[in-house]
Design a protein around this ligand. Structure first.
Ligand code: ZN
Length: 400
């Protein structure tokens, strides 16, 4: 573990070193560019991908366009190193060694802080968040999670809002979408709250779920063989492994179903994922169905929820017939199980109790600060926050 981190920091040092005669550039990854094509452009054999294990080989296909990647090129034009982000917390590290190029998957170094922001609204929640917190993604997310609970048109100057959120920072810049835990608007003397529970879903004050539009199942019978995980430290391999989708075991030839209405935006081979279909749905969701034996739906085709789009197989880097099902929201891989409805039960029993407990603590903190009637401000990093030891206990209870 320490070796990996050491290695990573060395890369950062190299990348930020101006003494080096190499040139460091960063640019946005071009649409349609694959890692294989990128290797070809630099005259590097794609055999280096075959040396990766199957999970890492699949992650190579997760490269997204429009994300910033870093290159270090020697003065003679030879590529020395490249860092390409994949998913949220990992990156592909391609580097030159005396024995040729190598490729590995590394964790992205970042700092995650919890923030509590309180604003007095001057124009609109969106404009004020952008102006005062300087985080456009946060403004987007805030508007989205509250849009079904508050009538934004009725908000007036002087109304107040509160947000508790986690934000990943890298080199002083926010990276990726903030994770909102609590969002609240106080308007016409009434507070409208939205809370995120440990299941990743948003609930209102009473524990009623806010997203009601679920997707269907990608197979008629579901059997999970490998769950979704962003970044998990593998105790045996001593490195990070990610799996940006859910694997379902099924026989070869089992029909694969579109989880929602949408348009097929990809139907073909895709590296370690083998035969893949990608469908674009409304609200910026994209679903991905990998390792298919046969693709049925064609690119550009409009499909409806439950329609057969292809058949289970074992193409690409796969050890046996199964469906790798991925789900992306705004280009970011999310746990598909959160959006697919498997049972109809809401929050019950212990789950409901723990939700109500968290909710009580959050509301108590927010109310307390609201009553202090201070101007707009943001708190971050709980440990560094100037709060009395008594108050610190509140934050501890929240698991901050
Ligand atoms: Zn998989």
């Amino acid at each position: 573990m320490y070796n990996k981190f050491l290695k990573y920091y060395l890369i950062v040092i190299l990348f930020s070193s101006y003494l080096f005669s190499a040139k460091i550039t960063n640019d946005f990854w071009k649409k349609g560019l694959t890692f294989e094509k990128y290797l070809k452009k630099h005259k590097i054999s794609k055999d280096i991908i075959n040396l990766l294990d199957k999970d890492d080989a699949q992650l190579i296909s997760e490269i997204n366009d429009n994300r910033r990647f870093y290159e270090m090129i020697a003065s003679n034009g030879i590529l020395l190193q490249t860092l390409i982000p994949i998913g949220e917390e990992l990156q592909i590290h391609l580097f030159r060694t005396p024995k040729g190029y190598k490729v590995e998957i590394l964790p992205v170094a970042y700092q995650k802080d919890t923030y509590l922001a309180l604003l007095s609204i001057e124009k609109t929640p969106y404009k004020d968040i952008v102006k005062k917190i300087k985080n456009r993604q946060l403004a987007n997310e805030f508007t989205k999670v509250l849009k079904h609970s508050v009538n934004f048109r009725s908000i007036q100057k002087g109304d107040r809002l509160a947000i508790v959120y986690d934000q990943k920072m890298r080199l002083g810049q926010p990276i990726d979408i903030p994770d909102i835990k609590v969002a609240m608007i106080e308007t016409h003397n009434k507070k409208y709250y939205v809370f995120k529970h440990s299941d990743g879903k948003y609930y209102d004050n009473n524990g009623t779920e806010l997203i009601k539009k679920y997707m269907g199942k990608p197979l008629r019978h579901i059997r999970v063989t490998s769950p979704f995980t962003y970044r998990r430290y593998h105790p045996v391999l001593h490195r990070y492994k990610a799996h940006l989708g859910t694997d379902f075991g099924a026989k070869r030839g089992t029909p694969i179903l579109a989880v929602a209405n949408g348009k097929v935006i990809y139907s073909g081979k895709m590296g370690g994922y083998g035969n893949v279909i990608k469908i674009k749905h409304e609200d910026n969701y994209i679903s991905l169905y990998a390792h298919q034996s046969r693709l049925k739906a064609k690119k550009g085709e409009i499909v409806i929820k439950g329609q057969v789009i292809g058949y289970v197989g074992s193409t690409g880097r796969s050890t046996g017939p199964h469906l790798h099902f991925g789900l992306y929201k705004n280009g970011r891989a999310i746990n598909p199980m959160r959006m697919v409805k498997f049972s109809s039960k809401g929050l019950l029993g212990e789950d409901k109790k723990s939700f109500l407990r968290r909710k009580r603590i959050y509301t108590k903190i927010i109310n307390k600060i609201f009553n202090e009637n201070r101007p707009s401000y943001i708190w971050n990093t709980v440990q560094k926050r100037l709060v009395s030891p008594k108050k610190k206990k509140y934050y501890k209870k929240l698991g901050w």
